[in-house]
Design a protein around this ligand. Structure first.
Ligand SMILES: Nc1ncnc2c1ncn2[C@@H]1O[C@H](COP(=O)(O)OP(=O)(O)OP(=O)(O)O)[C@@H](O)[C@H]1O
Length: 219
């Protein structure tokens, strides 16, 4: 049997001694597409961060706050996704004078996320949806075994959001996303983990779950 990408066993998760989730036991296998659902503040991001910290393999992250540097250009923010593939001298050179091949890699990603031609623009001058697309572009450039996204398409219109979620599905074998939209979760995920009152209360194949069962997480 293949080893799981990540495994939590009776884990308590929280911040600064304050517990958010207790008794979390779950494993993630390669190839799964998991949606984390539950009310605001229940601990979806906390669980996602714990999974990201422990994952075996290369992971790309789309944080809820996008994790961008506003004063830097779109190009530089996207290039951040692959900084750890290179040493400091190469990274410094890219910061000042990107090579043609490096520009082409970023242009390809900008095209996918619909930001062609905006590579030189400081991120601070972008709209919320454009910033989210920069964060998605950075994850796409990074690539890897798994993508973890914290509400990664909330700032996008439905068509654009669906297209980019589809793109993540084709680019990454494994996906773990926090989502607010139950319909979207049922469409995109193969497995749904539902959180309520400090615990995992649903962990099942999406095909075995109804919208009604999932909406109960929000009551
Ligand atoms: N970096 C942090 N430091 C301290 N406490 C935190 C931090 N991040 C989250 N928390 C707390 O942990 C609890 C769970 O927050 P979390 O962000 O995991 O919820 P969530 O389900 O992702 O919420 P939302 O849907 O609103 O994003 C909240 O009480 C929150 O205040």
């Amino acid at each position: 049997m293949t080893a799981p990408l990540v495994a939590l066993t009776d884990q308590s998760l929280g911040w600064g001694g304050r517990l958010v989730l207790t008794g979390v036991t779950l494993q993630v296998a390669a190839g799964e597409r998991i949606a984390l659902l539950g009310r605001s503040g229940v601990g979806k991001s906390t669980l996602l961060a714990a999974l990201h910290d422990r994952i075996a393999g290369r992971a790309a992250l789309v944080p809820q706050d996008h994790g961008l540097v506003g004063s830097l250009s779109v190009f530089h923010n996207i290039w951040m996704g692959v900084l750890d593939d290179f040493g400091t001298p190469r990274n410094l050179r890219t910061l000042i004078w990107p090579a043609r091949a490096e520009r082409a890699r970023v242009e390809h990603v900008l095209d996918i996320v619909g930001l062609s031609g905006l590579g030189r623009r400081p991120v601070s001058q972008l709209s919320g949806g454009q910033r989210q697309r920069v964060a998605l572009g950075r994850a796409l450039l990074r690539g890897g075994d798994v993508v973890l996204g914290d509400e990664p398409v909330t700032a996008l219109d439905p068509a654009q959001g669906a297209a980019l979620l589809g793109r993540l599905t084709t680019e990454f074998a494994t996906m773990i996303l926090t989502l607010h939209d139950v319909d979207q979760a049922l469409r995109v995920a193969t497995r749904i983990i539902g959180l309520r009152q400090g615990a995992v209360v649903i962990d099942a194949a999406a095909a075995d779950l109804s919208e009604t069962e999932l909406l109960a997480l929000y009551r």
